[in-house]
Design a protein around this ligand. Structure first.
Ligand code: 4AD
Ligand code: MG
Length: 462
């Protein structure tokens, strides 16, 4: 008999049918003449209650069905007479694939802290919380593709190993096959990467943007959705060393188009998650009380406020509260500043534009004032920056000058400059940090709780 997912089993039309499910036992309880097993299979927030009569042979197997064991059950679905669940299955046969020792199985019925669950990342997806988070993550990931595919964007695949530092911030992991105990050295005593695997120094990518730009400058509208890596030593609740980023890039587009796309995108994702993730959102709200399905539905209908960096600085200077980091024109916005703007001033999502050129990457288009660039950051309440983007500098001479000023070596980026030599055009794009989005939607406070295997400084256990 074909195995059904619990999400497909729990429906009126299956009542009276003989079905087959597989899953992991959550709880076992015995009462007069019966035993109850509650199982989940990860397909839905709901569990399935199995009812085992002491006259069936399956009852003899029960002693092996402890919490955590993996089983298959065959039986008839019926309406449950008791409160707590709508359906239950009257089991005729049980197969036990793998037992779990009750004394050592780490997931017990009592609630565990998220910190403890992080130490058992290989088992935490079996909990209600992480089941909900990872199902919501899946809804968001598939909605990302739905959004771009419906708008004519091509999904392109930019490299993970690269020779360039897109953000110019130097937060790169080196990829090498040199013997670390005895690397070849040049005359100056430095490691000679010309003898390395690629014949020069290579890194894990921090962003697929530069490659997405050349694809946009031939295919028109493209997007990436892949892992990116940053060797920043940031031990915060919003930073990972390996995170997924979605980077759309559009030819013949300016900063306004970019802002519009980011808003449409974010609102689309909020709407999709309320349509497809209702149960998960309801569960997380009941547990953590941070964000609700209604909040997200409202966000899906809310336009973003727009404010320039210069205006943002004025707002911050006028604030009654004092900040840990000083506010001055030219300094980057810290998360406390971002949160003040979103949570106190705007009370919703906000796009900050036109940042000083000194605090932004070399590829951003210089504004006519010569001081600011056509940058935009989307900030959302509680999480802060969720999207960073810009119109790109399409003028060869201006770009060359900016690269010189910011110390970006030209040799490695001739191909990037070529895009400005041959058929250059205005173009723009942005990057959405996927885990920041999942964090926002789930209300999880720590970004390490929205990705199966978080990578952060000194954290690579799984
Ligand atoms: O602002 P960032 O650095 O922008 C870029 O990488 C551009 N190349 C994007 C583009 O225009 N195509 O990063 C974009 C987003 C941030 O807004 C944030 O949401 C997320 O990526 N992000 C991180 N998420 C988790 N951990 C980190 N260490 C992150 N660094 C950036
Ligand atoms: Mg940024």
């Amino acid at each position: 008999m074909e195995r059904l997912l619990i999400k497909d089993v729990l429906s009126e039309e299956n009542i009276g049918k003989s079905l087959n499910v597989c899953g992991w036992v959550r709880t076992k309880r015995e009462s007069k003449g019966f035993a109850f097993l509650v199982v989940s299979d990860g397909s839905t927030q709901d569990t399935l209650q199995l009812l085992i009569n002491n006259e069936t042979p399956a009852f003899q197997e029960l002693y092996r069905c402890n919490t955590g064991s993996a089983i298959q059950a065959t039986g008839l679905l019926r309406e449950s007479p008791a409160k707590g669940q709508k359906f239950e299955m009257e089991v005729s046969e049980i197969i036990i694939f793998g037992e779990a020792e009750p004394e050592t199985y780490p997931l017990q019925k009592k609630g565990h802290t998220l910190e403890f669950l992080r130490e058992i990342s290989h088992l935490r997806p079996r909990t209600n919380t992480f089941g909900a988070v990872f199902r919501l993550r899946n809804i968001l990931a598939s909605s990302v593709h739905e959004f771009f595919q419906s708008r004519g964007f091509l999904w392109i695949h930019t490299p993970i190993i690269t020779a360039s530092d897109c953000e110019g911030a130097g937060d790169l992991f080196t990829v090498t096959s040199l013997d670390l105990h005895n690397p070849p050295k040049n005359d100056g005593g430095d490691i000679d990467f010309s003898q390395d695997f690629f014949g020069r120094r290579a890194y894990l990518t921090v962003s697929g943007q530069l490659e997405a730009e050349f694809l946009a400058m031939s295919l028109g509208k493209v997007y990436t959705f892949g892992p990116t890596f940053r060797a920043e030593n940031s031990n915060t609740t919003r930073h990972l060393s390996e995170f997924w980023m979605i980077e759309p890039e559009m030819a013949f587009a300016d900063l306004r188009d970019d802002m519009k796309l980011s808003e449409d995108f974010f609102r689309f994702l909020c709407r999709k998650v309320t349509e497809k993730g209702e149960k998960e959102l309801a569960f997380l709200e009941s547990q953590y009380k941070r964000i609700s399905c209604e909040d997200l539905a409202r966000l899906a209908e809310t336009s973003f406020a727009h404010i320039s960096y210069t205006e943002a600085i004025k707002e911050l200077k006028a604030a009654k509260e004092s900040f840990e980091f000083p506010v001055s024109w030219g300094a980057d916005l810290q998360s406390e500043h971002e949160r003040y703007l979103t949570d106190k001033v705007i009370k919703g999502p906000l796009i900050v534009t036109d940042y000083p050129k000194e605090i932004k990457a070399f590829y951003m288009r210089l504004n006519p004032d010569g001081e600011t660039v056509a940058a935009m950051d989307v900030l959302v309440p509680k999480v802060g920056e969720i999207i960073g983007g810009s119109q790109r500098e399409e003028r060869l001479d201006v770009l060359e000058k900016r690269m010189k000023q910011t110390g970006i070596p030209r040799e490695n980026l001739q191909w990037y400059l070529d895009l400005r030599r041959f058929g250059s055009a205005p173009h723009a794009g942005f990057g959405l940090g996927f885990e920041r989005l999942v964090q926002y939607v789930t209300g999880m406070l720590n970004i390490r709780d929205v990705i199966p295997c978080p990578r952060a400084p000194r954290t690579i256990g799984f």
